[in-house]
Design a protein around this ligand. Structure first.
Ligand code: GDP
Length: 318
């Protein structure tokens, strides 16, 4: 396929109302794609095979970015493993089967860094996939995403289709989920610090020990990577998309407090799980393709906090 994406060809972003799909949708439009389509989950339930088949028969997209998934933070994954497995497998199988059947030229399937083994050597290279046991708090989600990677590889092998998978690290940005039970750590901390500041609390509570390390990528950086990968990546192996640097949860908690302007104490609730100790991605392969993350963590937290303030009333989970 090479460099030549046809920017007037129909491009379907599955999950375009989500954190990732929303950023991808906006980026494609600003990058000159003139026929970008999306459907809300009310309009099209991607778990419903007949509905997905009918949508692809009618719309006939040329390119698909598969950013639709049931996602959540450590507690949600640990509490609803059956939903995470079933919803994600159905979404992926339906979309990938329909894409292959209707002749979609290129699909980019988005997974997550939690597909890698819990104790993979750090930074995690793409070839650590399936070399060890998974982190138990999100193994159901991880197995679903691994099935998606395998399906992409199988479609390449059996049908010669140039479909690819990318594995982003922990993502954040405008449009994130700020629900304290379901969200990931970064939006949760923004909301907790903001509310602690408003109430005039002397402390705010962070789950776990504060020692796990995590890498955070702004969704707008991921959206740029998406176009680069559609254009330039054609390989069966999933490709990592990350920053190449990580921070401890304690450091993250301090930065969020600093950005929001809260000078109380940070208290660790060690009855909550830490999850995997570290998941820093090796990003040398995507760097070799000419893409690099650009948004510094502190700047990204500041702009996400600004978005949170402006959309407080209608932010998901509030
Ligand atoms: P993970 O990367 O799959 O483990 O998912 P999360 O983003 O939910 O959690 C990352 C780390 O942040 C874990 O060690 C959590 O225990 C920790 N953490 C600290 N405070 C919070 C919080 O308020 N919400 C969430 N989701 N995680 C928190």
């Amino acid at each position: 396929m090479g460099e030549g994406l046809d920017r007037s060809a129909r491009t379907y972003v599955a999950g375009h109302r989500g954190l990732v799909g929303g950023a991808v949708f906006r980026h494609l439009q600003s990058d000159g794609f003139t026929d970008v389509v999306g459907r809300t989950s009310k309009e099209l339930d991607l778990r419903d095979r007949a509905a997905v088949d009918a949508f692809f028969d009618e719309q006939r997209p040329a390119y698909v970015v598969l950013a639709a998934a049931k996602v959540g933070g450590i507690l949600a994954n640990d509490t609803y493993p059956a939903d995470f497995l079933s919803d994600n497998v159905r979404i992926q199988v339906n979309v990938l089967d329909a894409a292959a059947r209707t002749g979609v030229q290129k699909v980019l399937f988005l997974g997550s860094s939690c597909i890698y083994p819990k104790f993979a050597p750090q930074p995690i290279r793409e070839d650590s996939l399936l070399t060890g046991v998974l982190e138990p708090t999100n193994d159901a989600y991880a197995i679903a995403k691994i099935a998606g990677v395998l399906q992409v590889q199988a479609l390449r092998r059996q049908h010669g289709l140039p479909y690819v998978s990318a594995m982003p690290t922990n993502l954040y940005g405008p449009g994130d989920n700020f629900d304290l039970k379901g969200s990931h750590v970064l939006p949760a901390l923004i909301r907790k610090v903001h509310e602690a500041k408003l109430r005039g609390d002397r402390e705010y509570v962070v789950w776990g020990t504060g020692t796990p390390r995590r890498e955070f990528l702004h969704v707008e950086d991921l959206a740029r990577a998406t176009v680069a990968l559609l254009e330039r990546y054609d390989d069966p192996a999933p490709i990592n998309v990350g920053v190449g640097e990580d921070v401890t949860i304690r450091e993250l908690a301090e930065t969020v407090a600093d950005v929001v302007g809260f000078d109380g104490e940070i208290v660790f609730d060690t009855s909550k799980p830490d999850g995997t100790p570290r998941k820093l991605l090796d990003v040398s392969r995507i760097h070799a393709l000419g893409w690099k993350a650009e948004i510094a963590l502190r700047d990204g937290i500041a702009s996400t906090y600004q978005w949170f303030l402006e959309h407080h009333a209608d932010a998901r989970g509030l």
